[in-house]
Design a protein. Structure first.
Length: 228
């Protein structure tokens, strides 16, 4: 992971206080926040998370309801014909890359990990098609291992909206969040923001101030960012 982005001690302290208060209120709003993708083993978890890129969890669950019955073992995925697999996952979007990466991931894990899921970030990042977001989600849900914070589109957008970061790339946003959020909260924080985004703060332009956490919105955002 890259080093923490430069920020003054005063601003860092202020962000830590805001993050603590924000998490406390988010927990009250969403006491059951967590993974809603369906899976029955670590491999299916990885497949579901890879399919979820630029796709709703609801649609992924719809696809995997059939997919997981057709492909029962990791060997089934490794031996799948890509053109057929593309049709199987077509409705999740970016189906060519997803099919290629999932088949490659199955072969990689069979070759290097006897079909099991690695338990470290470095090992996860060796899997074809796996970046930090996917690795964080899998490690957290599969093993309760927290090496970082999964930054998806909700987390990226809301972390900036609430003034927890001014960065724009997932990697730098993750660094900023890891510096102000206690490690014990890293895993759940992602799902708290996801649930808040879904319930109150969609990506389309709208007003924020009447939302339950409107008080936390950063005051130095541009007018365009405030409307988003």
């Amino acid at each position: 992971m890259t080093t923490r982005n430069k920020i003054s001690p005063r601003d860092l302290a202020a962000r830590k206080v805001k993050a603590r208060l924000l998490i406390r209120k988010l927990k009250k709003l969403f006491p059951e926040a967590g993974m809603i993708l369906n899976y029955s083993n670590h491999w299916e978890l990885l497949v579901a998370v890879m399919l979820s890129a630029q796709c709703t969890d609801k649609q992924v669950n719809k696809v995997t309801a059939t997919l997981f019955k057709k492909y029962r073992t990791i060997e089934d995925y490794a031996h799948a014909k890509q053109s057929v697999f593309e049709r199987d996952v077509y409705s999740t979007g970016f189906y060519r890359n997803k099919a290629k990466n999932i088949i490659a991931a199955a072969n990689y894990l069979l070759t290097h990990h006897d079909g099991g899921a690695p338990r470290t970030m470095d090992e996860m990042l060796m899997i074809p098609g796996v970046a930090r977001k996917t690795a964080n989600v899998v490690l957290g849900n599969a093993y309760d291992i927290y090496e970082g914070i999964a930054v998806d589109t909700h987390v990226k957008r809301l972390a900036r909206l609430f003034g927890l970061t001014t960065e724009t790339t997932p990697e730098k946003i993750e660094c900023d969040l890891m510096a102000i959020i206690p490690q014990k909260e890293w895993f759940r924080f992602t799902y708290l923001l996801i649930d808040y985004g879904r319930a109150y703060c969609p990506a389309r332009p709208h007003g924020h101030r009447k939302h339950p956490l409107g008080e936390f919105i950063a005051t130095d955002l541009s007018k365009e960012e405030r409307r988003k």
